[in-house]
Ligand binder design. Structure first.
Ligand code: PMP
Length: 432
């Protein structure tokens, strides 16, 4: 089929994320991808290849068509691509679970292999609610979270996304009513704000009787605004949860696997949650898989309850193909100096985004690990900004008031410089 025929059918029949039907903006037709480059079916603004500045939304940390991951997928395909997980098990699933237990904060011993990030959050919420039910604490059904957060697009995750600035305000009134704390004060290096800390503690204390869990994104609030905060607030939440009998869930779907400079962002605060969600980079972006880990306390609590099973079991649970690639992807990450690579990207982005600081209309420039963000004092002009990035040969997807990038860890220095230049160009196009 010709590119224009494909695009026409796409517009008429295919939903895209947060899009109307028929589609509005014309997506770019990707023919293939290798290394850090997407190859388009037809050139756009003089470019057939674009450097992926988004890692396909945090996922493709090793880039595309990595030989180790390709081989893992092909080998597994030669055995089986999928079998049901009820009553059956398999080596890729078991190996992956063990890897996750070994690499995550100590105490997380039990792994649910889910099929997407949102589902892993659903499972986390279910775990927490079921844990308290099993102990006869039937009132403990609510969640406390920060404003400015994002946890996915299915029902429970939507209920803990930012209710105002967020993407799910359409559903307010129909979602479970959660407890919202103000967003943590900005700044990874900022001293913790004493008034905020006491407000946070007070909220957990006041609502403890009805709180099943606190759920937050540690250190980086992603799709809710790309804001960074001090890891100290995670310690505050851990203490408050322990003190008032509330579980702590950390959503590391975006921040996990090295992105912020530690293997998991919880590592910045040395905090162990009761439940941990991971996804996105879990399979190096190859296949759809996420995981929910929990402590023995939570697992045993559920298993002693009136319904002594975790009542969740999707058809594609622990998909062996995804598990085999995830296992290979984690192996690949851990056997290299991933922290050095992330630091290299941090340096490159810090240097490359520096010019944006003095641009009128720029409110903030921030870099943490392999994440670079320029925040404007107004909404980004999405079309102008994207086109400006494409002119530089880079794929970006600006959002709300931010132009941001989280490139694959394998992005060479000269491409990090091009990505940074593209962010600056996108900013200039938006404010100019
Ligand atoms: N939590 C966080 C922090 C996320 O960034 C995302 C995805 N943007 C999700 C949950 C949902 O994951 P998925 O899109 O795989 O359902």
């Amino acid at each position: 089929m010709t590119p224009s025929a494909l695009l026409d059918l796409d517009r008429r029949h295919v939903w895209h994320p947060y899009a109307p039907m028929p589609g509005l903006d014309e997506p770019l037709l990707v023919e293939s991808a290798a290394g850090v480059r997407l190859t388009l079916a037809q050139p756009v603004r003089g470019h057939r290849e674009l450097i992926d500045g988004m890692s396909s939304w945090w996922a493709a940390i090793h880039g595309y068509r990595h030989p180790v991951l390709d081989r893992a997928a092909a080998d597994q395909l030669g055995r089986m691509s999928h079998v049901m997980f009820g009553g059956l098990t398999h080596e890729p699933g078991v190996r992956l679970a063990k890897r996750l237990v070994d690499m995550t904060p100590e105490g997380l011993e039990h792994v649910f292999l889910a099929d997407s990030g949102s589902v892993s959050v659903e499972v986390a919420v279910k775990m927490c609610l079921q844990y308290w039910r099993s102990r006869g604490r039937h009132r403990k059904t609510r969640l406390l979270t920060w404003r400015g957060g994002y946890h996915g697009d299915t029902w429970h995750p939507m209920s803990v996304c930012d209710p105002e600035g967020g993407m799910h305000h359409l559903w307010s009134g129909t979602l479970p009513g959660q407890v919202f704390a103000p967003a943590p004060p900005s700044g990874f290096d900022a001293e913790p704000d004493a008034a905020y800390v006491s407000e946070l503690r007070g909220l957990v204390r006041r609502h403890a009787e009805e709180l099943a869990a606190v759920i937050v994104e540690p250190v980086v609030q992603g799709a809710g605004g790309m804001r960074f905060h001090s890891p100290a607030y995670l310690r505050v939440l851990r203490e408050a949860c322990d003190e008032h009998d509330v579980l702590l869930v950390l959503d590391e779907i975006a921040t996990g696997f090295g992105r912020t400079g530690t293997l998991f962002a919880a590592g910045h605060a040395d905090v162990t949650p009761d439940v941990l969600c991971v996804g996105k980079a879990l399979t190096g972006g190859y296949l759809t898989m996420a995981a929910t880990l929990c402590s023995t306390r939570v697992a045993e609590g559920i298993s002693r309850g009136e319904l002594p099973v975790l009542a969740h079991g999707p058809t594609f649970m622990a998909n062996p193909l995804a598990a085999a690639v995830a296992d290979a992807s984690i192996g690949l990450l851990l056997e290299q100096d991933w922290a050095g690579e992330v630091r290299r990207l941090e340096r490159g982005l810090s240097e490359g985004l520096e010019p944006a600081r003095t641009v009128p209309g720029v409110r903030d420039v921030r870099v943490l690990g392999a994440i670079g963000v320029v925040q404007l004092d107004r909404p980004v002009d999405l079309v102008a900004a994207s086109q400006a990035a494409i002119r530089e040969g880079v794929w970006l997807r600006p959002f709300r008031d931010t132009v941001y990038t989280m490139p694959p860890y394998v992005t060479p220095d000269e491409d990090v410089a091009r990505v940074s230049a593209a962010v600056c160009a996108a900013v200039a196009a938006s404010v100019g």
